[in-house]
Design a protein around this ligand. Structure first.
Ligand SMILES: Cc1ncc(COP(=O)(O)O)c(C=O)c1O
Length: 390
């Protein structure tokens, strides 16, 4: 994919102006995902609401809200953020409010502005239905099928608390529903597997869906990934929507921002213990915690050129956790203290999850706007670290 400037040229060019570590959000790369989301809506009718749990950097919401229909949330605070920063119902934007478990006070608060409330269980729905009355109410259903390579993220795993499983319970309250949510995918780039899941949903819940106004298929569908069969995806969504005469929603988190962000780090030290290890001024467990939770390597789009000799380094973080490792990569040249290393695909589940563990400086947030302007939108200070504690 061609971009105006390679990430390596960018970080080199801005080396004196931007202090590391920093998250870089690139609107040019973000736009590529947004255009795919808009294409899906145009071809299939499916609306997309941004899953704030994955990405909540509201500095780029003005761009995203031109292409997406609103936000969905996992808590009162996320719902408030979506409402405040993504656009109001009067501007055609939706604020879906979902939580694995709401407190009564939260339902009272969220119902003041949410455009839909989605309960995770029939018991919550029954308890709070009277408070929520007046806005469309939905229920999360666990259809018993899913696509996930990780038990940690599998919503249909044994004993899952995520969504209602009892058909009898669902039928009992079905008259109070305006829609339902199925979130049962995680990093699913296999259209055939998705199609099977949708068939199961149709077979099991077809009768219910026909009575409802909307159904959200959740997130975890990797449809903005390079090479994904987008047109076939649109056909499947359109067919599903027509068959059940319902408005389909998608809740992309990762798909909305994939490949649009970097964590730019600097090498602080090179050590050797059988292998060469470059320690950078950021931390995998602190600034990209899913890498450690899911035991995955970070992506680094290695620069071309250099010598023919292989220069292999483990890139590791600076916390005291032994497993604070980004991954092992072969560089075209040797690495030295002071070298900059941009870690790719670093926007999703990173900025929203970063912590102050070990007192490691928090990466600032830098945005490269569509017009090429570079803005440092947020830096973090010692005072913020201090005030985060007590
Ligand atoms: C209910 C719900 N919707 C949407 C998402 C976003 O998923 P992803 O970032 O994989 O697209 C999640 C992720 O856990 C979720 O739980």
């Amino acid at each position: 994919m061609f971009f105006k400037q390679s990430i390596w040229d960018f970080v080199k060019e801005r080396a004196t102006e931007l202090s590391t570590p920093y998250y870089l959000l690139d609107e040019e790369r973000l736009l590529r995902n947004m255009e795919k989301i808009a294409y899906v809506k145009d071809k299939s009718g499916a609306k997309s609401v941004l899953a704030l749990k994955c990405f909540s950097s509201w500095t780029v919401f003005p761009l995203m809200s031109k292409y997406m229909d609103g936000t969905t949330s996992s808590s009162l605070f996320e719902a408030m953020l979506g409402y405040e920063k993504f656009g109001l119902p009067g501007q055609g934007k939706e604020t879906h409010a979902y939580s694995v478990a709401f407190s009564e006070e939260e339902v009272r608060e969220v119902r003041k502005f949410a455009t839909k409330i989605i309960f995770n269980s029939v018991s919550q729905l029954k308890r709070f239905h009277d408070i929520a009355k007046g806005i469309p109410v939905g229920l999360r259903i666990n259809p018993g099928v899913s696509y996930s390579h990780f038990a940690l993220a599998d919503p249909a795993r044994k004993f899952s608390r995520l969504g209602s499983v009892s058909m009898a319970e669902i039928e009992e309250i079905s008259d109070s529903l305006s829609g339902v949510m199925f979130h049962c995918n995680c990093e699913n780039d296999d259209l055939g597997a998705l199609s099977k899941i949708l068939n199961t949903i149709s077979e099991k819940y077809g009768e219910l869906l026909r009575k409802l106004d909307w159904v959200t298929l959740g997130g975890g569908i990797y449809f903005t990934k390079e090479g994904y069969p987008l047109d076939s995806f649109c056909e499947i969504l359109k067919e599903f929507s027509e068959k059940h005469d319902t408005q389909v929603y998608l809740e992309p988190g990762e798909s909305a921002i994939t490949r649009a962000g970097f964590l730019v780090t600097k090498v602080l030290d090179i050590v050797h213990n059988e292998i060469d290890i470059a320690i950078v001024d950021a931390a995998a467990n602190v600034h990209m915690p899913d890498l450690v939770a899911y035991q995955e390597d970070a992506k680094i789009d290695l620069p071309g050129g250099g010598s023919k000799t292989e220069h292999k380094y483990q890139i590791a973080g600076r916390t005291c956790l032994a497993g604070d490792i980004f991954g092992t990569y072969t560089f075209p040249g040797t690495l030295n203290p002071g070298d900059l290393i941009p870690i790719a695909d670093a926007a999703g589940y990173t900025i929203v999850q970063k912590t102050w563990f070990n007192g490691v400086p928090m990466p600032s947030i830098v945005v490269k706007r569509l017009d090429g302007k570079v803005e440092v939108v947020r830096t973090f200070t010692y005072e913020e670290y201090l005030n985060n504690l007590s």
